[in-house]
Design a protein around this ligand. Sequence first.
Ligand SMILES: [Zn+2]
Length: 220
Amino acid sequence: MLDYLHQSAWQSQLQPWQSPIDIEQAVSKKETPKHSAVSFLTSYQFTTVEHHGNNLQFNGQGQAQLNDRVFDFQQLHFHFPAEHLLNGKRYPLEWHFVHQNELGQQAVVAFWVKEGPIDQAMAPFYQQFSFSEGQKRLLPAKLMLPEIQKQHSAAVFNYLGSLTTPPLTRGVEWWVFQQPLSAAKFQLQQLRQQFLQDNARQVQSLSSRPIILYTEPNLR
Ligand SMILES: [Zn+2]
């Protein structure tokens, strides 16, 4: 299991331009694209879930278009509390949808989650999983991401960073939706119980990287 209490031991030669960061809206450059910067081309179909001690990894298939390039979905996992900050504020949870394109470039589409009303579409991921570290289970579930995107303001932050777990590989595109998803308190507690410890990497220095905030085309 990855030990978040001793993160200094992870340090690599891959500085700077690491993730996560504090996303400050005031320093973000606003862009209004002709069409959405992030589009989910398919629903995401999940097949299995793996327990990694302080994370659950949901494997599946799906496709997203990120700035006109197609990326294949690989896996979804969670961070308690959120890894990216928004204007210095930390949400209780962050979802990471990991993608890769045919050139091998990696992109993570991230959603913050706030405590609020139940979102039934997300319910399969908040259930009581009765398995433990190192085990893998079948988990047939479908997430209608195109529908979910329609219900949310699709403004999304984009910057270039890294994986937030070793090997901390650089060159990872981050797409972080500005508007958080919602989950009930009991759902957050239920999911958190699966994790043996918090699993948020410390915030890394921005180091003069640009952050772009892509607004929805129709919000012009
Ligand atoms: Zn992650």
